[in-house]
Design a protein around this ligand. Structure first.
Ligand code: DMJ
Length: 653
């Protein structure tokens, strides 16, 4: 029997049992009332019943929540999302709209669309959420509570971290605030005005604070190791070379964090050794370690860093001993042996073509030509190779025969991205003399325009998709967001002005990849809608929702701000920094990658702080917020792909 029916049965039988037992005063009163009711005339009874019904209806009509619901369902036009009418009316639980700076044109359009819809705000909010979360799994309340609990146990800083309008972090734990000069918090509307007027000092300070917080985690739980695992308060070893520490050296110098720099330098002087039996990835150790040491040498003039750079540079050279001279991906820096990955003899095109700035600089500094010769040979070889499509390269190249392999996918994302970046940057590094590099770069950008550039629907965001076996795919990696910055850098160096126009359009798109997510942080990969009638521009697949604290968007914001002086780029960077603080900051120290940028209640920490968060992301944010064009002048330095500035060679060189 159904439990409900059984309950009903028990209740009825209880009343029945009681009816034979009228010996208490309550029962007696009920009995006498009933007798009086029976004695009334039919008219009297009808009048009483009518009055009671009338009173009941009046009571219902004046009950506030019921009438509110009533109004919600009947006023204005009905929500086109019929489901929302059926849902109970609850206070809206969406995060605040992410915008604090200037809404972009596409945003204004979409906001206008939403506000054109009549009806109560609560329905509009729901519409907005639906538009963004159609691919979000619906989770029940219990799961939500469990996730929140986990989140607390994992040491996440509460999303209610507060910032003063000048960017100072208000330490809610200690109930103190580091606002200078007795300034008080302002209303949000007032904040916006001030943000755009005078951002520099407070925002720079906020980046320093973020760096110190990240550094504290690294120092407390991962000192001398490769990467911090901030949730488990431990570390991850990749090469066993203190990767985060080395990657962060020049950032500390640029941010003016002297004390932190000195302790890191002491570690490099006394603990760092490359005489280790470890396999390292040629590309990663070149851009992070060799690049980091070289730039720190240039900024500080301290030969300790040059000596270490020479050491690692020479230990990486066995990677180039291949039949084709296209280097292997891995080198054992202790044994002096190199090899490809176990499953293939291919290397990645981006990896073999994005080590040139560093090895060329090493040759210039040491006057030893073998480094530059090895990497220049790769560029010359790739320049002549068949298999490109309008200057666009495939993703893999074989180390035995030197040919492109697995052809068919052409992307500016993973495995090809920095090939394009280094074409331009090598040309700049060498004083804009190498026409082959310039031609390859210009041709590739024309190839992008012809094959990969499209506009999304409904708001016409310009994006860079992929070519997959002749078919266009509207997929764009966050990695592609290096491109606006690179295009702007080219235009600054005299390349066509339309490169700057494209840079601005793509910058807007990369920003939208952040603001259209519920956390305000971009996913790793997005797909753009192109068909007429789409309700939103950006979709995110379940597997692509993670954010690794990557730098590409803030990197491009830095270039765009340097060249245009348009403060909106600073505002956008400020929004992003706040979202990193809100969703990725771990209370015990450090920042963590997250699994789900679409769930502000539980972004799901990955327990890893990538070294590039300190090496690149925070550095570019700091440079973006600085109004000093001489703080790493783009006419004197060129950044490697890990944000380590290397000098542009004097024309005599
Ligand atoms: C960094 O190591 C470099 O920027 C590289 O070029 C791409 N991937 C990461 C950052 O996302």
């Amino acid at each position: 029997m159904h439990p409900g029916s059984r309950q009903g049965y028990v209740s009825i039988s209880f009343v029945g049992q009681g009816s034979g037992n009228y010996n208490n005063s309550k029962q007696w009163r009920r009995q006498s009332c009933w007798r009086k009711w029976k004695q009334l005339s039919r008219l009297q009874r009808s009048l009483i019943l009518f009055t009671l019904v009338l009173l009941f209806i009046c009571g219902i009509a004046s009950y506030p929540t019921v009438t509110e619901q009533f109004r919600g369902l009947t006023d204005g036009e009905q929500d086109t999302d019929t489901n929302s009418v059926l849902r109970p009316i609850t206070p809206h639980v969406l995060p605040e709209p992410v915008k604090q700076g200037h809404p972009s044109l596409p945003e204004q359009l979409s906001q206008r669309k939403l506000s054109n819809k009549r009806g109560p705000p609560v329905l509009q909010n729901r519409l907005q959420r639906n538009g963004n979360t159609s691919d979000t799994a619906v989770e029940d309340k219990a799961a939500d509570n469990k996730k929140k609990k986990n989140r607390e146990e994992e040491g996440f800083v509460s999303p209610l971290v507060i910032f003063s309008w000048r960017g100072a972090v208000i330490d809610t734990d200690k109930a103190t605030e580091s606002i200078k000069d007795g300034e008080k918090e302002d209303s949000p509307a007032k904040q916006e005005v001030k943000l755009s007027k005078e951002p520099e000092a407070g925002w720079l300070k906020a980046v320093q604070e973020a760096f110190r917080h990240a550094w504290k985690g690294y120092k407390d739980f991962a000192w001398g190791h490769d990467e911090l695992r901030p949730i488990s308060k431990s570390y991850n070893e990749w090469f066993g070379l203190g990767l985060t520490l080395i990657d962060a050296l020049d950032t500390m110098w640029i941010l003016g964090l002297k004390e932190e720099f000195e302790e890191a330098k002491a570690w490099v002087a006394t603990e760092l050794t490359f005489n280790k039996n470890v396999d390292v990835n040629l590309f990663e150790s070149t851009i992070r370690i060799l690049g980091g040491l070289l730039s720190t040498y240039h900024l500080t003039g301290d030969t300790l860093f040059l000596d270490r750079a020479k050491d690692i540079g020479s230990r990486l050279m066995p990677a180039f001993n291949t039949p084709s001279r296209i280097p292997y991906s891995d080198v054992n820096i202790g044994k002096g042996t190199a090899h490809p990955p176990r499953w293939t003899s291919d290397s990645t095109v981006a990896e073999v073509t994005s080590i040139q700035l560093e090895f060329k600089e090493l040759s210039r500094l040491t006057q030893e030509p073998q480094y530059e010769a090895a990497v220049a040979e790769i560029m010359n070889h790739v320049h002549k190779l068949d298999g490109k499509v309008d200057g666009l390269v495939p993703m893999f190249i074989n180390t035995n025969n030197g040919q492109f392999t697995h052809q068919g996918i052409y992307t500016l994302g993973a495995r090809a991205d920095s090939y394009y970046e280094y074409l331009l940057k090598q040309w700049i590094q060498g004083g804009k003399k190498d026409n082959q590099l310039l031609e390859d770069y210009l041709q590739a950008i024309e190839g992008v325009k012809k094959n990969l550039l499209q506009k999304s629907s409904p708001n016409g965001l310009t994006f860079v998709g992929e070519l997959s076996h002749g078919q266009f795919s509207p997929k764009m990696d966050h990695l592609v967001c290096f491109l606006p910055g690179t295009l702007a850098l080219g235009a600054h160096n005299g390349l066509p002005a339309d490169h700057m126009d494209l840079a601005k359009q793509l910058m807007e798109t990369c920003y939208q990849m952040y603001v259209q997510m519920e956390t305000g942080l971009s996913p790793e990969i997005v797909h753009f809608n192109m068909h007429q009638g789409s309700t939103r521009d950006i979709d995110v697949k379940l597997a692509d929702r993670h954010n690794l604290l990557r730098p590409e968007t803030v990197e491009s914001l830095f270039y765009l701000y340097r060249f245009t002086k348009d403060r909106k780029y600073q505002d956008w960077g400020w929004e992003i920094l706040q979202k990193f603080n809100k969703y990725t900051k771990v209370s015990s120290g450090g920042y963590t990658s997250i699994n789900n940028v679409r769930d502000p209640d539980y972004p799901s920490p990955r327990d890893k702080m990538e070294s590039f968060f300190l090496g690149e992301t925070l550095k570019y944010l700091y440079l973006l917020f600085s109004d000093d064009p001489n703080l790493i002048s783009l006419d004197q330095y060129v950044f490697n792909t890990e944000a380590h500035p290397l000098p542009i060679w004097p024309s005599a060189a």
